[in-house]
Every structure is written in structure tokens, then in C-alpha cells.
Design a protein around this ligand. Structure first.
Ligand SMILES: Cc1cc2nc3c(=O)[nH]c(=O)nc-3n(C[C@H](O)[C@H](O)[C@H](O)COP(=O)(O)OP(=O)(O)OC[C@H]3O[C@@H](n4cnc5c(N)ncnc54)[C@H](O)[C@@H]3O)c2cc1C
Length: 388
């Protein structure tokens, strides 16, 4: 049983996603998890069905759906026990090109991304030395005629081995020469196929879950100057403008995860008999499940609020951050509860709980960690002094 949310008009899309996901059961994910292999068939099926092109406008060959529909898609993937982290960035990374790219760049890339001929799901922002302090990044892009020469390193560039294109943030003006704190960074849309082995090296990082993340090295990597998105030096603003969509969609994934854990726990608590009665008859077992449900529903309301503001073109920075925070906390708490409800079986691979437990753990850290969300709310909503 998956606890559904009543009164929605997105049920056809939800049902379609669920039907697709039914073809990718726990055994499929377990086998990939053991090998840390990429869910190629799953991503191909989602692409073919058009789900990953939900947010691309129809004029560029996408489905032109609103954010609430994209939220429903990502949530259902997770609630079905699948893992959208393999391809969620294909949905939102293109937003930077859509909002800030030239007419020529949009015409060249978006229809092919919409058709799935090109994957744009690598997003190179984080670096080993600067971490969360994005303005401290050290990768440089220096103009040389009709090219830029890029040097530096990124870390945690997920899906780089399974993406044709990478959206890259690099410094084009030295920090001390930039006109303001946030200036001097630029965004590039890199065709990785053209430069791999010619200045670009990708090395996988094995993590506690199957996430296809990597570290990426740039050594005198020459890219055409028309890879620049928008105006040189304005890249930080462009990246920030895409982060609300990312946060809302990842929050939706956490809601889906929480629903999956709650559904599993409620079902098991109802059928597992110990001391002659279902364990779920004990308040000590049923209350944590009820609490997880309440927390999930509260987080879900904030995800909807953020998505509604996003759709209305209004500022949703605070709501997107709060949605991501509440949903990530709710999914992690539900994961912990689900293990506890299952007792020893919570640790058994064949129940999928330990896999989903590892997968959902990520989201209080990435794409933005809890403390940074709290700092954002303290500073931008509550007017408290900036703490860093
Ligand atoms: C599996 C995985 C996939 C990822 N995918 C991508 C990707 O595709 N592209 C990409 O660019 N990045 C990606 N990331 C990076 C991710 O966004 C960062 O890990 C995350 O933002 C935290 O940054 P950090 O790891 O550098 O931690 P740090 O910045 O080193 O921080 C470490 C801890 O200190 C806390 N902290 C730091 N500064 C402060 C402060 N001033 N006040 C209070 N607390 C503070 C943080 O909250 C955190 O808990 C991924 C990470 C992982 C693990």
C-alpha cells in the first residue's frame, strides 16, 4: 500500500508513472545496486514516455507541463520504490539554458534534450576545496580567441558518465577583480563527448548508494566560446535561478520516499504477528508510523506551496528551501521508522528497505545541506545577521 494524497487532479499522470515503474521492481534495483550499475533501461523508459521532458516548453518539443506535474512524476517514481536520482537532473538542468541561453542555443539543444537524444544531466558546481562556498570555487575559464580554456576540478558531479552535456560553473574574472561579491563566475554548456580525453577526465566515486557520482578534472580543456550561457560573469545568478526547481523536485522525491517507507511499514505492522497479535496493534509500533505520516503530509503541503509559487512566477526561494528541508527530514525519519518497524528484516537486502534507507539519506546533505537552508531562512526571512 502506498499512502496517497486525496483531492488531486494529477491522477492520470501519477497512474502512468506508477504503471511504468511497475516494470522495474525491487529485484531490478537490487541487482544494479550490487554492481553500482546505471539503470539504463529505466532511464530510457522514462525518456521514451516523455516524463523527463515535462518542463521543456512545447515549442521546444517538450511536454510543457507545470511544476506540479513534474513534482507528481518525481514523487511517484520514488513512491514506487524506484530511484529518480539516476536522471532527475535531466528534468531541471535545462532550465538554465531555457531561461538564459540564446535563441540559437535553445533551438540547438532543447529539442534534442526533449527527445532524449542528448542528456543534460551533469551539473558541475561543487569543488573539493570550496564545498558549499560556491563563490570560492577555483575552476577557471580563460578566453583565448574564439575559445575558453578551462582548468580545475569538480567533485560530486553526478551522472557525468551518463550525460552528453554538462552545465559547468567556472570563474572568468579573478575574485579580487570582480565588481561585486557574486560577479565573475560564468556558466558553460559543455559537450563532454567532444572533450573527453582531450582535457576532460571523469573518475567515478563509489558511495554508500548507487548514485553514479564522479569527480571531474579539467586540464587545458578548450571549448568553443559559444558554449557560454548568457553574459560572462553573471553565472552565479543563473545557477541560483535554477536551484528553486531543483529543490522543489528533490523535495518531491523525498515525499515519494517517505510514502514508500510509510506504506511498507504500515503493511508489515498489520501482518507481522508477534506475541499472538499484529505488531501494529501496539501503540509503540503504530505511533511512529502515524508520526511519520503526519510529518510527510506537512512537508508535502510545503512542496505544493513552493510549486504553486514557482508556477505563478513568484519568488519561491524560502518555500523551495523549506520544502526541501521538511521533505528531506520527513523521508529520513520515515526511513529510520521503517527499519525499526521491520526489526531484523529491515536490514535484509530483499526487503529493499536498507537500499532505500541509504538512498534517501543523501537529501539532508545534497543538493544543499540542512545548515545552509537554516542559514538562508535566518538571514533572508528572519533578517538575522549573515553567519558565514
Ligand atoms: C552523492 C552526491 C551527489 C552530488 N551531486 C552533485 C552534483 O551533481 N553537482 C554538484 O555540483 N554537487 C553535487 N553534490 C555536492 C553537494 O551539493 C554537496 O555535498 C553539499 O552541498 C554539501 O557541500 P560539501 O560536501 O562541500 O560540504 P561542506 O561545504 O564541506 O560542509 C560540510 C558540513 O559543514 C556544514 N557547514 C559548512 N559551512 C557551514 C556554515 N557556514 N554554517 C553551518 N554549517 C556549515 C555543512 O552544512 C555540512 O554539513 C553531491 C553530493 C553528493 C554526496
Amino acid at each position: 500500500m502506498t499512502p496517497n494524497t486525496p483531492n488531486e487532479d494529477l491522477s492520470p499522470i501519477r497512474e502512468a508513472v506508477r504503471a511504468l515503474c511497475a516494470g522495474f521492481p525491487g529485484e531490478y534495483w537490487r541487482a544494479l545496486d550490487r554492481e553500482r550499475a546505471y539503470p539504463e533501461e529505466f532511464v530510457a523508459a522514462l525518456t521514451k514516455a516523455g516524463f523527463l521532458a515535462a518542463l521543456i516548453p512545447e515549442e521546444f518539443g517538450g511536454s510543457g507541463l507545470p511544476m506540479s506535474a513534474a513534482v507528481a512524476i518525481m514523487e511517484e517514481i520514488q513512491a514506487s520504490g524506484c530511484n529518480g536520482a539516476a536522471c532527475h537532473a535531466q528534468m531541471y538542468t535545462m532550465g538554465t539554458v531555457l531561461r538564459h541561453g540564446s535563441a540559437e542555443q535553445k533551438a540547438r539543444y532543447l529539442p534534442r534534450i526533449a527527445r532524449g537524444e542528448l542528456r543534460l544531466q551533469a551539473f558541475g558546481v561543487t569543488e573539493p576545496s570550496s564545498g558549499t562556498d560556491t563563490l570560492g570555487l577555483r575552476t577557471t575559464a580563460v578566453r583565448d580567441g574564439d575559445h575558453y580554456v578551462i582548468n580545475g576540478q569538480k567533485i560530486w558531479t553526478s551522472r557525468a558518465e551518463h550525460s552528453d552535456l554538462m552545465l559547468l560553473l567556472a570563474r572568468t574574472t579573478p575574485r579580487e577583480q570582480a565588481k561585486k561579491r557574486t560577479a565573475g563566475l560564468s556558466v558553460f554548456l559543455i559537450d563532454m563527448r567532444a572533450v573527453e580525453g582531450k582535457g576532460l577526465t571523469i573518475r567515478p566515486i563509489r558511495t554508500m548508494m548507487n548514485h553514479a557520482t564522479t569527480e571531474v578534472f579539467f586540464e587545458n580543456m578548450r571549448v568553443p566560446a559559444d558554449n557560454l550561457i548568457g553574459v560572462e560573469g553573471e553565472g552565479f545568478r543563473y545557477i541560483l535561478s535554477g536551484m528553486n526547481a531543483e529543490r522543489i523536485l528533490i523535495a518531491a522525491e523525498c515525499i515519494g520516499d517517505a510514502k514508500w517507507f510509510i506504506g511498507k511499514a504500515a503493511a508489515y505492522a498489520g501482518e507481522r504477528v508477534v506475541f499472538g497479535r499484529p505488531i501494529g496493534q501496539n501503540q509503540g509500533v503504530q505511533f511512529p508510523i502515524a508520526r511519520a505520516y503526519i510529518n510527510m503530509r506537512a512537508a508535502e503541503l510545503m512542496v505544493r506551496e513552493a510549486a504553486a509559487l514557482y508556477e505563478a512566477g513568484k519568488d519561491c526561494g524560502a518555500e523551495a528551501n523549506m520544502a526541501k528541508h521538511l521533505a528531506a527530514e520527513a523521508s529520513w525519519a520515515a526511513a529510520d521508522m521503517c527499519v525499526q518497524t521491520h526489526g531484523g528484516f529491515g536490514f535484509a537486502e530483499e526487503f529493499d528497505i536498507e537500499r532505500k534507507f541509504r538512498e534517501t539519506r543523501l537529501y539532508t546533505v545534497a543538493p544543499i545541506s540542512t545548515n545552509l537552508i537554516l542559514s538562508y531562512i535566518a538571514e533572508h526571512v528572519l533578517g538575522l545577521p549573515r553567519s558565514y
